[in-house]
Write a protein that binds this ligand. Structure first.
Ligand code: SAM
Length: 261
């Protein structure tokens, strides 16, 4: 097999495959924690608190990877006490929460599915894992109450297409939220951040993931990403109203938001 074993029983093989996936994903998670000093967790919490999730909502998390944002949304929904509207005939909830996690990479989704089971969400029908491209979504027009994309839009080929698709799938009144590494404008902090990103990040990448180049690329892609104001005007150009953004840690990351009226 591709693992270099002569004979591997089916169960063992799937175990091996899932080990490979989780080592990729846990490496990914470890790097996130190392590079942000654990801050990415707080940033995602902030994103979800801006979303104001509610029971029965239909939500789409694009570039959702292993479900880090989706789990937070579902946790929030589950923590809300509400009088469930039940169908009197078959005791079903009339409004089920659906959180779609869409990612172009099926390996990330597979790890997410596994983690959903570990978190006790295995039997829950709320999480739906969908392989797909942010630039051409398979979801219907006006089908979502909310749309999030965290650390995903920076690497797509056409940002405009992603924004147009976000606008298309949202219902009127639906909210678009984007969490992304952005630009630091505070003078001293900017120097520190430059040093950190040009020297520390590639070194960390080499040390932890054995891959300096990818992390160098990461830093360059952050530089190339449009400024907060420019990105806000792109969101408005896609049709969104009330476009605003919030800088976190002086602009190391920014959360952009917009509404579809
Ligand atoms: N949102 C997750 C988080 O914050 O932990 C994952 C972020 S990860 C840095 C970026 C993700 O974007 C990867 O899982 C990658 O597969 C996905 N991705 C890249 N290009 C994409 C595209 N065109 N459409 C959908 N997903 C994409």
């Amino acid at each position: 097999t591709s693992f270099g074993f002569k004979e591997v029983k089916e169960e063992d093989k799937s175990q091996l495959v899932s080990n490979v996936f989780s080592s990729v994903a846990s490496n990914y998670d470890l790097m996130n924690d190392l590079m942000s000093g654990g801050l990415h967790r707080l940033w995602k919490d902030r994103l979800v608190s801006k979303l104001n999730p509610f029971p029965g909502m239909k939500h789409l998390d694009v570039a959702g990877g292993t479900g880090d944002v989706a789990f937070r949304i579902l946790d929030t929904v589950k923590s809300i006490k509400y009088r469930a509207i039940r169908d009197p005939l078959n005791d079903h909830l009339l409004e089920e929460t659906h959180i779609y996690v869409c990612d172009i990479n099926p390996n990330m989704l597979n790890v997410g599915r596994k983690w959903a089971i570990e978190r006790g969400y295995g039997e829950d029908n709320s999480l739906i894992w969908v392989e797909g491209n942010a630039e051409k979504l398979s979801f219907q027009d006006q089908s979502m109450d909310g749309y999030t994309i965290a650390f995903g839009i920076r690497n797509v080929t056409h940002i405009e297409k992603v924004l147009a698709e976000a606008y298309r799938v949202l219902k009127r009144g639906g909210r678009f939220l984007c969490l992304e590494l952005s630009h630091v404008e505070v003078p001293v902090l900017k120097d520190l951040y430059d040093y950190y990103s040009f020297s520390v990040i590639p070194a960390l990448g080499e040390l932890v993931a054995g891959d300096r180049e990818s992390y160098q690329y990461l830093v360059e892609s952050i530089r190339r990403f449009p400024s907060q104001d420019k990105f806000a005007s792109m969101i408005a150009d896609a049709g969104f109203q009330k476009v605003e953004y919030e800088n976190l840690v002086g602009g190391v990351v920014a959360i952009h938001s917009g509404l579809k009226f």
